[in-house]
Design a protein. Structure first.
Length: 259
């Protein structure tokens, strides 16, 4: 069982109302809202500070908040019947997650865990529902956001059902890279995280990372992957020809060194 641990020290940012409003204005869901409504919504959010390895919420527990990640990384996971952990979603700054309570669900359908020190803003589910009732603009923005999330989920399901392990791994890295603002994008994740995100084995993930590193497509270190040539990774993700890989799935033969 994971245990929640308080952060020590007092050097963390305070995330006052002005900081919360400014951050919300940069998020897709809130960006088009009038400043007065944005300020009102910001008042309802409360900051929560997380350490690496700390549980955000557990599957089956009451879903009481809507969560918005401000800094750090969080993964949403679920265990299979044989005890294997599968990453359902990788959460980056600006992502909304754990909204089951806001949609009327009583419990969380999955668990979430901080992959590094993080700050998230929480909106109580009851207050979220109240904002939907009192602000039409916010309700419309939420509907649009749900539509985007549904399309993203459908794309992920197609990836897992129809693609080779290599293509799933490439797609997973490209999805994570879209959340990064650095050039080149550097991702914080372990080989195990990558394998779970792509629905494959850690052996396959490690092998492909090594292949792509030798080809100069990525640079890889301990819990870090930097994408040096996104176009080459995209070519792998979009390729159609395949051969059989060690994990029993079809795998696309790697391209030559792009440099």
């Amino acid at each position: 069982m994971y245990r929640r641990r308080p952060l020590n020290g007092d050097s963390r940012p305070r995330w006052g109302e002005a900081e919360r409003a400014a951050f919300l204005a940069s998020i897709r869901l809130f960006a088009a809202l009038p400043p007065t409504i944005l300020t009102q919504i910001a008042r309802h959010f409360r900051p929560r500070y997380l350490q690496r390895g700390e549980v955000v919420f557990l599957k089956g527990l009451p879903a009481t908040e809507l969560n918005l990640l401000a800094t750090g990384r969080i993964k949403v996971v679920r265990e299979t019947e044989d005890g294997q952990e599968i990453i359902l979603r990788q959460i980056g700054p600006g992502d909304i997650f754990g909204g089951a309570g806001g949609w009327g669900e009583r419990v969380y359908p999955a668990s979430a865990l901080a992959q590094e020190a993080a700050v998230m803003l929480q909106l109580p589910a009851a207050e979220f529902q109240g904002l939907l009732s009192s602000h039409v603009e916010f309700a419309v923005a939420v509907i649009r956001e749900l539509g985007v999330r549904l399309r993203e989920a459908e794309a992920r399901i197609r990836d897992l059902q129809a693609e080779s392990a290599e293509r799933r791994l490439a797609h997973a890295l490209l999805r994570l890279a879209q959340q990064e603002h650095g050039v080149p994008p550097t991702l914080t994740l372990t080989r195990q995280d990558l394998a779970e995100l792509a629905g494959t084995t850690i052996g396959t993930a490690s092998r492909m990372v090594s292949v792509w590193r030798r080809q100069g497509i990525i640079a890889a270190g301990r819990e870090r992957i930097t994408i040096l040539h996104p176009a080459a990774l995209r070519a792998i993700a979009d390729a159609t020809g395949a051969t059989t890989g060690r994990d029993g799935g079809a795998e696309q033969a790697p391209p030559g060194n792009p440099r």
